[in-house]
Design a protein around this ligand. Structure first.
Ligand SMILES: N[C@@H](CCC(=O)N[C@@H](CS)C(=O)NCC(=O)O)C(=O)O
Length: 217
């Protein structure tokens, strides 16, 4: 039995859960997942049992609790250093960390107005004030990374890294809300969608029955 457990939320909605889940799948780690359907009467007590922040994702590794998506990815990069979690080149690695942190702490308008919802198709919805600015910044990041560092693959830094895991939920948002994109961003969206583990997540998300009104229009 693997001693790694990732506690996640609803696959349809929980964008933060998707990030470390996808990274762990892509790097071939064996782990158990434990899903807590969010915003149910039982959710708060379940969350407090596993997560000091009462939020998901949380990684349980032996006695170690690691909460927060980016902290989980960094923890795994230290625990499994033989895997290429970050780009090898120092400059690329620095930029990968910058854009991952920028994703983690920013894009509030995009996140708030275009919540992740794998099973929904909402073309044109969610375009509130400030959302286009966030979209433009995301696509600028994608273009810069692809042009400067993406030579040996289809991902932001060529091969899959934590940076791609951080942006994967944005890809799903762009699909749900049918956001108009330039060709570099479109190609990147296609490349992320082609990842079998991501398709597995989407399928599971679509099969979920729970509805969280706050994340629906
Ligand atoms: N900064 C945190 C955010 C975690 C977060 O907001 N998780 C949401 C689900 S996507 C959650 O657990 N919400 C439950 C709640 O607030 O009760 C991370 O990166 O992991």
């Amino acid at each position: 039995m693997p001693d790694l457990t990732l506690v996640i939320g609803n696959k349809n909605y929980s964008s933060w859960s998707l990030r470390p889940w996808l990274a762990m799948k892509q790097f071939g780690l064996e782990f158990q997942e434990f899903r807590i359907p969010l915003y149910t009467p039982e959710a708060v007590s379940q969350l407090s049992q596993y997560s000091p922040s009462r939020k998901v994702p949380v990684l349980l590794h032996g006695n170690q609790q690691v909460w927060d998506s980016l902290a989980i990815c960094e923890y795994l990069a230290e625990e499994f250093p033989h895997l290429n979690w970050w780009p090898e080149d120092k400059n690329a690695r620095t930029i990968a960390r910058c854009v991952s942190a920028e994703m983690h702490s920013g894009f509030q308008q995009l996140r708030q107005n275009m919540p992740m919802n794998c099973r929904a198709k909402l073309p044109g919805r969610g375009m509130a004030l400030g959302v286009q600015k966030d979209i433009d910044r995301v696509t600028t990041i994608w273009r810069d990374c692809r042009e400067k560092f993406g030579i040996d693959g289809d991902m932001l830094f060529g091969q899959f890294t934590i940076a791609d895991a951080m942006f994967a939920p944005v890809v799903l948002r762009f699909v749900t809300y049918d956001v108009q994109l330039d060709h570099i961003a479109k190609n990147y969206v296609e490349a992320i969608l082609a990842i079998p583990a991501l398709q597995e997540w989407i399928k599971a998300g679509k099969a979920e029955q729970e509805v969280i009104p706050a994340y629906e229009f």
